[in-house]
Design a protein around this ligand. Structure first.
Ligand code: GLN
Length: 489
């Protein structure tokens, strides 16, 4: 199939988006299944204390997203997106089965293999979605919106099933479930990849096959060598701090080097992309309270019913976001298409700005839960759920749009790198989220529930203010960034 044919599709979505949707759905099942098990497993089975488990969790999450930069870079330069995806998926399968064999003995080895695998998989599948569209196709954001639904169907199923199987039956089984599901993901990609035509093929087609193979083998070997290094860094979280200090500036230096080879317009566009990346760090640092402080808030300060239906507040905290993404993502995608037809679709900056305004409102609602607390410091899960709805609307204005804009602003040979940088911002967001969450927690170990409620909600109030400021700044700067974007919307 030719690229022209793919990009000239009729209707709202190209059919390949559905194939990538399914592949990514299974990968996210495996990823969020694993993510959901990490802290519980470390505390219950490896007997880590809460603080240690949280720090290790933060380190693992930060590494997962940080390696997407490396995966994106090597996909651009050597492997191509398709091969990267197979290599990453294969490593994720191996990592899951290492964990399945003996999670207690091989926990950190299995996780390290999975980290590298995700790095090669995650940015490159998102980039292929972007490649299905011509430069000025208005339907691109909607396509990413749909793809984002796939992410969350997988996240919901995996986050729920793996943790449930692990806690109630067997951890070995739960980790192998993550591995099996990833096999389904790769099989799905194998049988549908022919419809992608040249998208994701090797960037080194002009080299002789021997030279190309040697380079590919070097990448494979290099990534295997990284596994023990990651192992060491995860085991010692001080090294994680060091890694985080180095990787960000290093990627910026690399990007500046790439910029020297580009035209002025291309450089301006990359600067605009960096602006989005910077603000996304702030967004994720607040948003990712969900895995940290909000889950502790759910543990201590919430009633166990929504609309009179009993539900564990932690289960709600883990699943509400995905459920709301599934419910609203396609709708918002169609809203963008509808507005585009009427020539009144807001540009990416304004959508980003709205993302922050929703974020601010959501944290204001998290703060406002304190006004509904009883004398034991326990408050309404209904209101907490409304805050999740609002935060998800914010996410939908920013996260799928961010994926989309990376593929619009970067020249083709830097797509993988820029997608990697987008996810690297998530790595920093995760890292900062832990620090913010720790700062909000009441330091007194014997604090009452009411005292805990007060200190967390004070923190949420602060976050609401900062998110509001960020939203106003983004919207105010939109004319300037629009200029840098040079015609890209
Ligand atoms: N929930 C989305 C995903 O898993 C976005 C995650 C992120 O970028 N932090 O892809």
């Amino acid at each position: 199939m030719q690229l022209e044919q793919i990009q000239n599709f009729e209707g709202k979505y190209p059919k390949q988006v559905w194939h990538l949707f399914l592949t990514e759905m299974w990968e996210r099942f495996s990823f969020y299944g694993m993510r959901g098990m990490l802290t519980v497993f470390m505390v219950k089975e490896l007997f880590f204390n809460d603080q240690e488990a949280n720090l290790k969790y933060g380190a693992i999450q930060a590494f997962v997203y940080a390696f997407t930069f490396v995966g994106g870079l090597f996909a651009d330069k050597i492997l191509g997106f398709k091969k990267s995806l197979f290599w990453g998926g294969a490593l994720m399968i191996v990592g899951s089965f290492i964990l399945a064999v003996s999670p207690h003995e091989f926990f950190f080895i299995g996780i390290s293999v999975t980290v590298i695998g995700t790095g090669f998989f995650k940015p490159n599948i998102s980039t292929m979605v972007g490649a299905l569209y011509k430069d000025n196709d208005d339907r691109r954001d909607a396509g990413f919106g749909l793809f984002y639904t796939g992410i969350n169907v997988g996240a919901l199923l995996g986050g729920f099933l793996c943790v449930w199987v692990g806690k109630s039956y067997s951890w070995n089984l739960a980790f192998s479930l993550a591995g099996f599901v990833m096999i389904i993901g790769l099989i799905t990609f194998y049988f549908t990849k022919k419809h992608l035509g040249p998208i994701g093929d090797s960037p080194l087609k002009e080299l002789s096959s021997k030279k190309r193979k040697t380079r590919e083998l070097l990448v494979f070997a290099g990534s295997l060598i990284c596994i023990p290094l990651i192992l060491i860094m995860i085991k010692n979280t001080a090294y994680t701090d060091m890694f985080m200090y180095i990787i960000g500036p290093a990627t910026i230096i690399y990007l500046v080097y790439e910029m020297t080879k580009l035209t002025k317009i291309e450089v301006y566009r990359l600067l605009a992309a960096l602006f989005f990346i910077f603000f996304s760090i702030v967004f994720w640092a607040f948003f990712e309270q969900s895995g940290g402080s909000l889950s502790l808030f759910a543990l201590n300060n919430l009633h166990g019913t929504v609309l009179h239906i009993p539900i564990d507040p932690n289960v709600l905290n883990n699943t509400a976001n995905s459920v709301f993404v599934i419910a609203f993502s396609a709708l918002i995608g169609l809203l963008w298409i509808w507005l585009a037809k009427r020539k009144s679709e807001p540009n990416t900056m304004i959508k980003f700005g709205f993302g922050f305004l929703f974020l601010a409102l959501a944290f204001y609602i998290f703060y406002a839960t304190r006004f509904f607390a009883d004398e034991n410091g326990v408050t309404s899960l209904d209101i907490f759920t409304v805050a999740y709805l609002v935060i998800t609307l914010g996410e939908l204005c920013l996260s799928p749009i961010g994926l989309s804009i990376m593929t619009k602003l970067a020249p083709k040979h830097l797509w993988g790198v820029m997608m990697g940088m987008w996810f690297l911002a998530s790595a920093y967001g995760q890292y900062a989220a832990g620090i913010l969450g720790a700062g909000m927690a009441n330091p007194d170990e014997n604090a009452t529930n009411t005292e805990k409620l007060i200190s967390y909600t004070n923190g949420y109030y602060q976050l609401a203010i900062y998110a509001l400021i960020a939203g106003v700044v983004v919207i105010a700067l939109s004319p300037l960034i629009k200029k840098l974007m040079g015609g890209v919307k």
